[in-house]
Design a protein around this ligand. Structure first.
Ligand code: NAD
Length: 499
């Protein structure tokens, strides 16, 4: 059995706590490795190393820091297939989807190569007689990030690339379910020229997270995962004086107007609802057709498409649409919610409950499900299912559809499919959700824009990547300077504007 490690001070370090978690191959259901779960002492050891290394890194000029990221991009491209394979083996997603996971992280690394421009600061010449005023952005020091299982390459890179470009040291606590790719990324950053101790990976569970939240040296915490944990980390981190940003769960609605191209809408729903087995925070999990005629026609188009979906292991070739879910517990939770949907009166139009794959009976595969006539009081509507289950909630008109999405507690992403520009514009203006697609089902912003939801999908003031990342990972310091006269007339006691 492979025993994974932490990555501390540029070397693989065995776990000391004696506690481990199983890492599965979700396609076969086998345990393929054990990952160590760090205790507070192991975390403190990494923090001390980071604190020693960080001032030298912050003093390295920003262009040289950016060159490390440039080289890292080359190495990611060199090792793309290897990274994708390791990612699929632990996560279960298809190989092209795993390469996409790496690619969307790589794009943020590319954006961060522009750090020198982002860190330039501001300057006012002659703010007063002989007085200049300037603001600079300084690194925070030791920063940390806690990431989810569903994007084990992309989300760590969304955090560590800007943190490190800004001159911070970064401690990554990845998901214990798929920790191999984060370890590989840390090795590649060092191969790219990053000094030891600037990017470290400390594996673990709640104990390691709590060690981060309570360590006085750690200045900021980034988190992506489920909403209850996001709320806990935001509350605890802020109470301990840290800068915190937390991104949580989702229930993304796609509104289908009567004038929409229904073939296009159905194709979009299939990809956005079932891709990656629905384990995406930007997956569409609720379809909202407007009017019964639209709903009937949409369901008619969806059913044959769903029945054609090919579910299988990542090793079965490029035509597999989606793979297993991540653990047996995830599968059980999804099937439990499907049962609740049936019990609470929703119409199960496509029933994937008996799905089984020959030769992979112990894998965590879940067949595709489609519900119709879901109502807002049902568990399958209120809760995030995070599986290949699409719920249809019928709305009688546009206002009802809009209200439905607005009243849901989550506000990560949403989409509207329509041919009417006026409706699309009204939707984009009024909806209380962070990322909006117009005839685009998964509106994930590119690296140079920012990513973040509203309501219970995000906690904190700043989004991920884009210009917000440079604000999150730096502090502003403003200097007022007068040379060379100094104060000749004695002290001044009144607070007064510049002359
Ligand atoms: P999770 O909340 O179970 O775990 C996320 C991280 O928190 C992991 O590193 C885990 O070790 C740690 N953790 C788990 N339980 C903890 C506890 N009790 N105390 C402290 N730390 C704990 O989430 P997950 O299952 O890995 O990921 C799926 C979730 O992430 C979904 O809800 C999904 O919507 C969300 N997600 C959100 C975004 C976004 O940008 N909004 C992106 C991706 C995933």
């Amino acid at each position: 059995m492979q025993e994974l490690t932490h990555y501390i001070n540029g070397t693989h370090v065995k776990g000391q706590s004696g506690r481990f978690a199983d890492v599965y191959n979700p396609a076969t259901g086998e345990v393929q490795a054990k990952v160590p779960l760090a205790n507070a002492e192991e975390m403190a050891f990494a923090v001390d190393i980071a604190a020693d290394a960080q001032p030298g890194w912050a003093a390295t000029n920003p262009q040289r820091r950016a060159r490390v990221l440039m080289k890292f991009v080359d190495l990611l491209n060199r090792d793309m297939d290897k990274l994708a394979e390791a990612l699929s083996r632990e996560h279960g997603k298809t190989l092209p989807d795993a390469a996409g996971d790496v690619q969307r992280g790589l794009e943020v690394v590319e954006y961060c190569i522009g750090a020198p421009q982002m860190l330039k600061g501001e300057f006012t010449d002659s703010a007063g007689p002989g007085i200049d005023m300037y603001s600079m952005r300084q690194a925070l020091g030791v920063t940390a990030g806690i990431t989810p299982f569903n994007f084990p390459a992309m989300i760590p890179m969304w955090m560590f690339a800007p943190a490190i470009a800004c001159g911070n040291a970064f401690i990554l606590k990845p998901s214990e379910r798929d920790p191999s790719v984060p370890l590989m990324l840390a090795e590649l950053m060092e191969e790219a020229g990053l000094p030891k101790g600037i990017l470290q990976v400390v594996n673990g569970d709640k104990e390691a997270v709590d060690a981060i939240l309570h360590h006085p040296t750690i200045q900021s915490v980034g988190f992506v995962g489920s909403t209850p944990i996001a709320e806990y980390i935001y509350g605890t981190g802020c109470a301990n004086g840290k800068r915190v940003q937390c991104f949580g769960g989702a229930k993304n609605h796609m509104i289908v107007m009567p004038d929409a191209d229904l073939d296009q809408a159905a194709d979009a729903l299939i990809g956005a609802g079932y891709g990656a087995a629905g384990e995406r925070c930007m997956a569409i999990s609720v379809a909202v057709p407007v009017g019964d005629a639209t709903a009937d026609a949409l369901i008619e188009k969806l059913v044959p498409r769903i029945e054609k979906l090919k579910v299988g292991p990542y090793t079965a070739g490029d035509d597999v649409d989606y793979g297993p879910v991540v653990t047996a517990a995830a599968k059980e939770k999804i099937l439990g919610l499907v049962q609740a949907g049936v019990d609470q009166g929703a119409e199960l139009v496509v029933d994937g409950r008996d799905f089984s794959l020959q030769g992979y009976e112990d894998g965590f595969f879940v067949g595709p499900h489609l519900f119709d006539k879901v109502t807002p009081d049902m568990d399958i509507y209120t809760q995030e299912i995070f599986g290949p289950v699409l719920s249809t909630v019928r709305a009688q008109n546009y206002e009802e559809a809009l209200k439905l999405a607005m009243d849901h507690e989550y506000g990560n992403g949403t989409a509207i499919f329509t041919r009417d520009g006026d409706t699309a514009r009204d939707f984009a203006n009024r909806i209380n959700i962070g990322m909006v697609g117009i005839n685009v089902p998964i509106p994930v912003p590119l690296a140079y824009h920012t990513f973040g939801g509203w309501k219970k999908s995000a906690f904190g003031d700043l989004n991920q990547h884009g210009p917000d990342a440079f604000k999150f990972y730096t502090r502003t310091k403003t200097i007022t300077s007068r040379w060379p006269s100094g104060i000749r007339e004695g002290g001044e006691f009144n607070f007064k504007p510049m002359d």
